[in-house]
Design a protein around this ligand. Structure first.
Ligand code: ARG
Length: 382
């Protein structure tokens, strides 16, 4: 078991300390009286000693998940941490391991998060790992992502970041449609069982076509992106428990799409096409054609999401909110763990208030921790 790529340690010795710490923290933040905290602490310790795990209350799950988000150093959107909604999916799929039921619960997550375009901050928490029984997981890094196909000449059709995953699902029998924006299937796996893949229904995958407010030709580039991200390869580490499937949806910041996904040279690499459309001289870097194309592409993303009525945030507003969050945290007597390179936006960094600030990427628990990729070692699950 311990060599399995799916194995995530459940409550251990340090698990008991983490559980006690969570209860202490909830009390310190005013959610439990000192007396209730003592009682709950003893109850958990007893359950852990008897079974090696314990069941968290709905409130522990909700409040603890919010703190996990607040503790995550990678996220610029933490201003909204108290607004996180948590769906309790711990029973989804039952004890027998029904992949189809898990898939349905994930589709439901996407529909709820989409919310007609007013994207919700939504975390769905599935069964935790228990002694000798890791919890279920998905292989996908995000629930909605586009396939990447390596061609014989080494170039890639679609998203180069997905090439390995795409090859893995093709080995499982999934057939590509061969377009630049093929939505990947979800690969669901219960411990000890073979992974199964499922195609997402189109209504669970809202997308936005990218057009530009001033350039009608822009739409003809055929660029698009999915409406919101849903991170699905992070383990929720909460109070000594590990939840290996805890997909997290939120709205986008425009730079993630315009200044990374569609423009990075090892992603969709669209700046040369955009620059040609804009009539820029691309023969030398010195003309700053990349910079100009990047700005127009990011403006197009913001415009298109707005026009489609889909929540999206710009990097100026996002960074201002982040600084307000830091100040609020300081007033509450807390530090704000952050990774500067993840907080500073991919463009115009120096025009935002986070540029001049310094951050400590301290890792506190509860938190989210990345999952190792399962397909590399075959993902047999036992
Ligand atoms: N950068 C990732 C992407 O482009 C998403 C990361 C999370 N972003 C967010 N706005 N919650 O898909």
């Amino acid at each position: 078991m311990t060599t399995s790529p799916l194995y995530v340690p459940p409550a251990t010795e340090s698990g008991a300390a983490e559980a006690a710490e969570l209860v202490r923290q909830l009390a310190a933040e005013g959610h439990l009286s000192a007396e209730a905290a003592q009682h709950r602490g003893r109850e958990i310790a007893g359950e852990l000693a008897a079974t090696g795990t314990y069941r968290q209350s709905a409130e522990e799950l909700l409040l603890g998940s919010r703190i996990a988000w607040r503790n995550n150093p990678q996220c610029i959107g933490k201003f909204y941490w108290k607004g996180l909604e948590v769906r309790d999916c711990r029973e989804a799929g039952g004890a027998g391991g029904d992949e189809g039921a898990l898939f349905e619960a994930l589709v439901e997550h996407l529909r709820l998060a989409w919310n007609g375009g007013k994207v919700r901050l939504l975390l769905s928490v599935f069964a935790p790992s228990e002694p000798d029984r890791p919890g279920p997981r998905v292989w996908n890094g995000q629930l909605i992502r586009y396939a990447g196909y390596r061609r014989d000449d080494g170039s890639v059709l679609g998203d180069p970041a997905s090439v390995e995953f795409t090859e893995a699902v093709q080995r499982l029998g999934w057939r590509s449609r061969g377009t630049e924006y093929d939505v990947l299937p979800l690969v669901v796996q219960w411990p000890g069982r073979e992974p199964r893949w499922f195609d997402l229904p189109p209504d669970a995958v809202p997308e936005v076509r990218i057009s530009h407010p001033d350039h009608p030709w822009f739409e003809r580039l055929g660029l698009r992106w999915h409406a919101f991200p849903t991170i699905s390869d992070q383990i929720l580490e909460l109070g000594g428990l590990r939840y290996p499937l805890a997909p997290f949806s939120a709205w986008y910041t425009c730079t993630e799409i315009g200044a990374r996904n569609l423009s990075d040279t090892n992603r969709y690499d669209k700046l040369p096409e955009v620059a040609r459309g804009l009539g820029l001289d691309t023969s030398r870097d010195r003309t700053l054609w990349r910079d100009r194309a990047l700005l127009e592409l990011t403006a197009a993303v913001l415009h298109s999401y707005d026009r489609a009525g889909v929540s999206i945030i710009d990097h100026h507003f996002a960074t201002k909110q982040f600084v307000r969050h830091e100040e609020r945290e300081r007033k509450s007597g807390r530090d704000c763990p952050a990774d500067w390179s993840a907080i500073v936006p991919a463009t115009s960094g120096s025009t935002t208030p986070v540029w001049q600030r310094r951050y400590e990427p301290t890792r506190a628990r509860p938190n989210f921790a990345p999952h190792p990729a399962p397909w590399a070692s075959g993902g047999a699950g036992d």
